[in-house]
Design a protein around this ligand. Structure first.
Ligand code: TEU
Ligand code: CA
Length: 566
């Protein structure tokens, strides 16, 4: 594999509204991010992706952009942005912005002009179509519920397409003028000195242009809009053109957010010939999902989690890197989602950290993950802000669940779990703001916060720091970054093991993914422990040698990284 500057780094996602408030209005901002750059540097991250900070009406928290060239005033000014870029550079931190170009906001100038003259130039920037006698052109359901078609105000039989909220009209990528506008904007930001982009919902830019009905998959008579992705052909042409015209001249780092891609087409997305540098590995996040809605989700078992990761590494590692995540701003907190209730503790949190950081790929942390932040307990639907959760709540009600049941079912998946304020300290509002936070903090900030963990050697935060440092350690980095990943001890239930075979060093990851102790045996004659998620008190591991084998008694949820000696 051709080596790239970003391969050995660790990345971190900031959700700007909830990271750090610099002016006391309760909303995180650029000044807050600048304040915390030293924290990020000390953590060891070198790539920081910031979720959208562009001008927005915030119907979908900034994923509805009304001006791609402006910073929203709640986050600060363009001067603040320039300052952030400068300060980040001083600390060797590469800033990655969010590129949301499947759709824009209905408040964007283009859409406003399209509304005035749907048959004119700007009408062609969107998908505006005639309906069927006043009914939508087809029966696709949007990601946030209801039809993807919305009537154009003032017209009886004209509709515009929105795969997400109705305030997020889809941009018509078939129109070369639209594509050129987008590339121009990308180059403008790259000129400014950002390192690249995370590409939002990018596979959606190509539609199945027949716009036909599919068989309904729910009682509402609609079918998931994503179904059309199975028939949409030609997304690669758009993506290659964008790479050629916008990214390549700047050697930009690009990471695609794509669900629903065809596995046999992975080579077209990443690696030497791919249109992106990397894509996120969402395979564990898809587990337990149901077409019916969040209310019907099944909990993820340790074996499923392990097998999903094994499979995606088998698929990807000879092609290119995917990014490993346990959570992001759209997902529940990883520790709450992948660990059984009642078994979430510092040892098990460190186990997930170890797996995610030692798995082949680019590790991506989400703010708060490094201190083991958990899901929030929502006592009423009024405490929820997220548009997606509100929709799923109504889906659950429509399917016969009582209000309290529906609340419990959907809040476990709510995007707001990840969007509560970052827990900096045990000061009021977790030290996030001097004002009132836009979204209430998680009450557990008294126990879980940066300040408490910063100087404690056995904290989750310290463990992340060790993992990140090890990835950069000249001795082991080759094995951790490029070493072949090979499953180990696959016959064990509730266990995850894998080798990372580098040119010089061979590492072995052992994760006891259960609360019960167990003793594992490996067919190696010599090994040494590099990392242990347990402390003196919780029982650090010892290797017991017996001829050509080593026995290792392991505590519940213990994570070990071994170096194999020949
Ligand atoms: O998400 C795209 C996406 O397909 C899913 O994450 C999903 O729609 C969502 O989580 C439903 O709960 C991206 C952004 O990450 C997300 O925050 C935006 O809402 C969405 O695009 C629209 O821009
Ligand atoms: Ca603020």
């Amino acid at each position: 594999m051709k080596k790239k500057w970003w391969h050995g780094k660790t990345a971190y996602q900031i959700y700007p509204k909830s990271f750090k408030d610099g002016n006391g209005d309760g909303i995180g901002d650029l000044r807050g991010i600048i304040e915390k750059l030293d924290y990020l540097k000390e953590l060891g991250v070198e790539i920081v992706w910031i979720s959208p900070i562009y001008q927005s009406p915030f119907v979908d928290q900034g994923y509805d952009i009304s001006d791609y060239y402006a910073i929203d005033p709640v986050f600060g000014t363009m001067d603040d942005m320039d300052k952030l870029l400068l300060e980040a550079k001083k600390r060797n931190i590469n800033i990655v912005m969010d590129l949301v170009v499947n759709h824009c906001s209905d408040q964007h100038e283009w859409f406003q002009k399209a509304l005035k003259d749907p048959y004119g130039k700007y009408g062609k920037y969107f998908y505006i179509m005639e309906g069927k006698n006043g009914n939508p052109p087809c029966n696709w359901r949007s990601y946030f519920g209801g039809s993807v078609w919305e009537k154009l105000p003032g017209y009886n039989n004209l509709f515009y397409l929105h795969m997400f909220a109705k305030e997020q009209p889809d941009l018509n990528w078939e129109n070369p003028e639209v594509r050129q506008e987008i590339y121009k904007m990308i180059r403008w930001w790259l000129e400014k000195g950002i390192a690249g982009f995370r590409l939002d919902a990018i596979i959606n830019i190509k539609k199945d242009l027949r716009f036909q009905d599919f068989p309904a998959d729910r009682a509402d008579g609609l079918c998931a809009g994503t179904k059309m992705l199975q028939y949409a052909e030609g997304v690669h042409e758009f993506l290659q053109e964008m790479k050629r015209e916008a990214f390549e001249p700047y050697q930009a780092f690009t990471i695609g957010e794509l669900f629903d891609f065809r596995p046999e087409e992975l080579e077209r997305y990443i690696g030497g010939h791919g249109c992106f540098e990397a894509i996120f590995d969402f395979s564990p996040h898809m587990l337990g999902g149901s077409k019916k809605g969040w209310y019907d989700r099944k909990p993820v078992t340790p074996n499923e989690f392990r097998d999903a990761i094994y499979a995606s590494k088998e698929l990807s590692q000879d092609i290119g890197m995917m990014a490993n995540i346990i959570e992001n701003h759209d997902e529940p907190r990883g520790v709450s989602h992948y660990l059984p209730e009642g078994e979430i503790n510092e040892t098990s949190k460190k186990m997930l950290a170890g797996i995610s950081m030692m798995t082949y790929g680019l590790p991506f942390l989400y703010q708060g993950q490094e201190i083991g932040m958990t899901n929030k307990e929502f006592r009423s639907i009024d405490e929820v802000d997220d548009i997606s959760t509100l929709d799923e709540y109504h889906v659950a009600l429509a399917n016969g669940f009582k209000e309290d049941e529906a609340l419990k079912l959907v809040t476990g998946m709510s995007r707001d779990n990840a969007r509560t304020p970052m827990q900096w300290s045990d000061a009021p509002h977790a030290g996030f703001t001097e004002g009132t936070p836009w979204l209430a903090e998680n009450e557990n900030y008294h126990d879980i916060n940066v300040k408490e963990q910063q100087n404690r050697k056995d904290s989750v935060l310290s463990f992340y720091k060790e993992l990140i440092a090890l990835r950069k350690n000249p001795e082991y980095s080759e094995a951790i970054v490029y070493g072949q990943q090979m499953p180990a001890l696959t016959e064990l239930k509730n266990f995850m093991g894998f080798y990372r075979r580098g040119n010089i060093h061979t590492l072995l990851v052992l994760a006891n993914y259960q609360s019960k102790k167990r003793t594992v045996t490996i067919n190696e004659s010599a090994a040494q422990i590099l990392l242990d998620s347990c402390s003196e008190e919780s029982g650090m591991a010892k290797l017991i040698k017996a001829e050509n084998r080593i026995q290792i008694p392991m505590e519940g949820y213990q994570f070990l990284l071994l170096e194999i000696k020949e």
